[in-house]
Design a protein around this ligand. Structure first.
Ligand SMILES: [Zn+2]
Length: 187
């Protein structure tokens, strides 16, 4: 495998590479994956998106905390690594995942791809929500997701868009997310 190395200080990526005084770039993507998810909004639940709590009068229904963003991220990572999808990994019939923090599920999947010799190179996330307005939260979400997958925030993008009043998202009944990930081989 070709390792692309860089001494540019902004390219913080691989801990071993850092120790050796050089840094891997994100340019050598071995595998790519896409993940999508959609959850219904309902009253009486906290709204968790991208690992953080967002102030809103409703939250997302789900067996876990309903974090649609982290679920899309997990499915993208699983897809890229050729692993079973989130439903097979963390079945909603399993009581141990009831109301669980989706951040722990991300950590488990990252551990699995690490064992397979992969690491996340970058993540591109689009949250689809009519309300609430997510722009005040995007940077915090980005930092949180970056921390969970072990990369710097400049390798994560979080975008937010509405569905122009159309379909379940546009009517404000649901929030969706699309995530694309690139994986690189660890050195
Ligand atoms: Zn989900």
């Amino acid at each position: 495998m070709q390792r692309l190395l860089s001494r540019r200080p902004k390219d913080r990526y691989h801990p071993n590479a850092e120790r050796k005084g050089y840094r891997l770039t994100q340019d050598h993507i071995e595998r790519m994956g896409i993940g999508t998810d959609l959850h219904r909004l309902e009253p009486g639940r906290a709204l968790r998106l991208g690992g953080i709590e967002v102030a809103f009068d409703r939250g997302l229904r789900g067996h876990s905390d309903g974090d649609v963003v982290l679920h899309a991220v997990i499915d993208a990572i699983c897809g890229a690594a050729g692993l079973p999808d989130i439903g097979e990994h963390f079945p909603d019939t399993d009581p141990q995942y009831k109301d669980c923090d989706s951040r722990t599920l991300v950590a488990k999947v990252v551990e699995e791809i690490t064992e397979l010799g992969y690491a996340v190179a970058n993540l591109d996330v689009t949250v689809q929500a009519e309300r609430p307005k997510l722009s005040p939260y995007k940077d915090t979400m980005r930092d949180c997701i970056a921390g969970l997958v072990g990369i710097s925030s400049d390798r994560v993008s979080v975008k937010a868009k509405t569905n122009e009043g159309m379909d379940s998202i546009g009517r404000g009944d649901a929030i969706g997310c699309i995530a694309v990930v690139g994986l690189t081989k660890r050195g």
